[in-house]
Design a binder for this molecule. Sequence first.
Ligand code: ADP
Length: 372
Amino acid sequence: MAMPRNTAEWFLTRAAIFFENLTEAVIVVAPSGDVVFYNQACVDLTGLREPGNVYDPETNLLLYPDRRPVPQEERPIVRLLAGETVKDANYIVLRPDGTERRAVFNGADVALDGDTVIVATLRDVTEAHKKEELGRDTIHIVSHDLRNPLAVISAQARILKDSLTSMGLCREAKGMEEISKAADRMARLIQILVDSTKETPKPWAIYGEPVHLCALARRLADRLNSIQPGKRVRVEAPDPVPHIWADSSRVGQVLENLVNNALKYSPPETPVVVRVVPGEAVVTVSVTDRGTGIPQEEIPKLFQRFYRGSSCRGPEGLGLGLYIARRTVQDYGGEIWVESVPGQGSTFSFSLPVRQRTGVPSENQETQSQGG
Ligand code: ADP
């Protein structure tokens, strides 16, 4: 379709002056797929000097971050032209000289004179990406080097504890037990740190299986009640509850983080209640404690990386549990939130979409098949 007429022309002429001075790459594409405008930053980023057409099979400019070539029908501008939304999408841009840049793509359709043009931006994040990778590598190397000596400390402390106990030296044996527990705690913190550096899986890499949240919650409660004094974790779940579609170990990790926090941030004599509530389109799981609660002004920051609130007492914790939980829940199309009354307690909830509502084995069947 010919581009542009009247308003569209007016828009492009004026917008061009503005776009030309932007540091972000800007591309404007007509409904035909023809690139009708691109600024200097776009030339600098992509190295392309010829406008071209986004449907041209010869132009293969983009890779996904895992280096898979982006097929023609998945090109972001092609998707936008097809009416899809593309927001903060990460790509590797291959330049004609063989070098590559990391870029974040955003775009929108703009209706002008009955035509729809696509206005897209590419932000060069190559340097930020390099720094992030360096940070990730450092954490991996350091944690790898720390894990082995920690495992030795923990194992030796256990052996010594047993020897001291058999010699009747109970106070010394208790000290050894503390050393071994502290080493285990440190190993857990290192694991959390490593987990937090993992890149969010890409949609095609997200593994899914049917997950019965009631069974998951009951198994977790049984396990925690068998190792924690007071059997504090209670599960309230109706039967049957439709299954959701996710990786059960990752969702289990989310629930465990929330329940461990609830145990950690509430008095030892109070219960922690896990509720599973089926809805039309989602299943919601909530974890309620009668703990310190969270001041209102801290709530928006809770899910940020490394954020630790005023309720955190004691040394254990890195401020990563809720950050990882949110990332996981969002990977599976869900939401996570918190309601809290300071001094009375908190309820952390997450909801995940129901995939199929028929032909699903009941939760009891699943529990039995797992011997639970
Ligand atoms: P961590 O527990 O390691 O500090 P999290 O990311 O799990 O990290 O939690 C972030 C912060 O949220 C905590 O430092 C704490 O202040 C607050 N928080 C989390 N869960 C609760 C809870 N159940 N009750 C009160 N505060 C909580």
